[in-house]
Ligand binder design. Sequence first.
Ligand SMILES: [Ca+2]
Ligand SMILES: [Ca+2]
Length: 124
Amino acid sequence: MYLNLKRDYLVVSSVILEFVLGLSTISRGSPTEKLQWTFNLYDINGDGCITREEMREIINSIYNLLGRFTEPCVSAEATRDHADRVFDKLDMNKDGIVTFDEFLEICLHDENITKSLSLLDTVL
Ligand SMILES: [Ca+2]
Ligand SMILES: [Ca+2]
């Protein structure tokens, strides 16, 4: 339990840190630069692709953050559903990972995804 809490805390902290560090880039960058930054945020272990677990982890962290500002709280299932929906849409060739090319391709053409991915923008 303690370990889980600690891990969640670390994930949330690193998300916030990345977000703050990225703000200056994101506000001045081109759409592609913004997406590169967002992609890196979701790619927790930095191996150049996003897995379903990473997607869930980040969306979960975002909802945890949002939970402090929204009523009622979003359920764990809803969070997971959201992550899976976004992931399934991004993983075009269904090989279980999202590469930056896939990410870019989808994001540049899908406004809903872009909105979903920039949830953080709405709270900070
Ligand atoms: Ca990764
Ligand atoms: Ca893929």
